[in-house]
Design a protein around this ligand. Sequence first.
Ligand code: NCD
Ligand code: ZN
Length: 345
Amino acid sequence: MQTITLRRPDDWHLHLRDGAMLEGVIGDTSRHFARAIIMPNLVPPVVTTADAKSYRERIMAALPAGDRFEPLMTLYLTEQTSPDDVEAGKESGLITAVKLYPAGATTNSHGGVRDIEKAMPVLERMARIGLPLCVHGEVTTPDVDIFDREAVFIETVLDPLRKRLPELKVTMEHVTTKDGIDYIKASKANLAGSITTHHLIINRNAILVGGIRPHYYCLPVAKREHHRLALRAAAVSGDPRFFLGTDSAPHVDPLKECACGCAGVYTSINTMSCLAHVFEDEDALDKLEAFSSLNGPAWYGLPVNAETITLVRREEEVRFPAKIETGAGPVTVFDPMFALHWDVA
Ligand code: NCD
Ligand code: ZN
């Protein structure tokens, strides 16, 4: 039986939601992950340090007894965000990053930034105090094709911003294109990227071939195969600028399986099994720890976790439920479309 032991992983991009959904999903993360960057796109969003403090308390209250887990809180950047509040949030140790959602880019992002000029005072302060900006890197311009929105964002928003504020630390979240990978690799400093589990596994055919499959629909939407291959190469390269952010984003099935389904894939429960499979496929199991447990803390200036987890390769298939039941309703679990054999011991 093959086993590998890794430092306990962290998830650098996670949606935990609130209320009954939070209670239903948090255990799937805290079972394997020590920390996670918690996305602030609640309804209403987590905008101020006070909002983040109370959200953190709700997360801690929902944590299964005995689990140790540290939520790393983020603020949802708006055109009204106060630089002083952001700085106070960082100083208090509560806030790990600020999240930029271009208005309308994804789930619950209508309060996001329309005119980046209006957010410049906050971004300048963040550059000065060393607080990272996490970006949802897609433009929302209606005439830009959805499959091009990441590449156009890099060219028209991200690159000009980084030229203007080179000291600002930017995490390009859930990179889905070769363009994004190449842009990060070409950068000299202050840029890194998270990659999701599902974007290492599916391309856009999963959503559209042989029928429309809403449980593979997420944002940024999965792209062509050559983009997926670029993501895989980056993830298994060991390059410290790439690390895991699952973007596990639960929605109850009725909100996915309908005429206008929500974006989001739920992967918290089987991410480590899926990743071990991908890294084994790439003959790179020795690089899994860098991707899931070392590169992220280094980028965010946090210590690596002291604890470890052990992954075991089993002869028999390791099965996960097709859905989890939450108090908010059923949530379909990501199906990688191959049999999983790796399990967390
Ligand atoms: C996320 C969600 O549902 O909150 N959905 C998704 O497809 N990833 C939002 C996001 O991260 O874009
Ligand atoms: Zn997300």
